[in-house]
Design a protein. Structure first.
Lengths: 114, 113
């Protein structure tokens, strides 16, 4: 299994600002995933981040709003840009081997936008 | 219609009870079914997975899939206070990286000592 850490663990931000969330893994992984978990809603995949290539975004998510970096095989960042209260959520990164049902999740970043 | 439906609860049971958690789905192509457990302020952790129909048992946990009814269940026997968490079902038509997984909204469970 992989050990994943995220920073920050929580933050309160003002409308219109941006927040960058970091995800660090204790081993090299090919693919990392970013999810959003809103109260009462399903865990929703935002994008898949591959090292050395552009992230692949799911329907409803765009790079301008959620830019992602993946500079190496153990690290990724997700930026939530020009935030609004609707962006208040828990953001989770996860990693997994080619068989994805074994994916491991980080502890999450709890974001509140005021 | 959502791909996956899950009763959010909350569900509260006494210690030692048998707990039944359920999800229904609409996509008949789903073949891989997972249950994740998520403690408060933690990320989800994989509990069990099953492929296609049938039962799978792991200690006090049993996962059951009925593809004909598009219905999956997780049973917890002899429930313990440490089982108090949110349980998420997830499913996919493929386990391979790059394929979309569909999650339920989660059921909040509290086991009362």
């Amino acid at each position: 299994s992989a050990v994943i850490s995220q920073k920050p663990s929580r933050d309160i931000c003002q409308r219109g600002t941006s927040l960058t969330i970091q995800c660090q893994v204790d081993s090299q992984v090919t693919m990392m995933f970013w999810y959003r978990q809103q109260p009462g809603q399903s865990l929703t995949l935002i994008a898949t981040a591959n090292q050395g290539s552009e992230a692949t975004y799911e329907s409803g998510f765009v790079i301008d709003k959620f830019p992602i970096s993946r500079p190496n095989l153990t690290f990724s960042t997700l930026t939530v840009s020009n935030m609004s209260p609707e962006d208040s959520s828990i953001y989770l990164c996860s990693v997994g081997p080619p068989v994805r049902y074994e994916q491991y999740f980080g502890p999450g970043t709890r974001l509140t936008v005021t | 219609q959502k791909e996956v439906e899950q009763d959010p609860g909350p569900l509260s049971v006494p210690e030692g009870a048998i707990v039944s958690l359920n999800c229904t789905y609409s996509n008949s192509a789903f073949q891989y079914f997972m249950w994740y457990r998520q403690y408060s302020r933690k990320g989800p952790e994989l509990l069990m997975y099953t492929y296609s129909s049938g039962n799978k048992e792991d200690g006090r946990f049993t996962a059951q899939v009925d593809k004909s009814s598009k219905y999956i269940s997780l049973f917890i026997r002899d429930s313990q206070p440490s089982d108090s968490a949110t349980y998420l079902c997830a499913m996919s038509d493929s386990p391979h990286t790059g394929n979309q997984f569909y999650f339920g909204t989660g059921t909040s469970l509290t086991v009362i000592p």
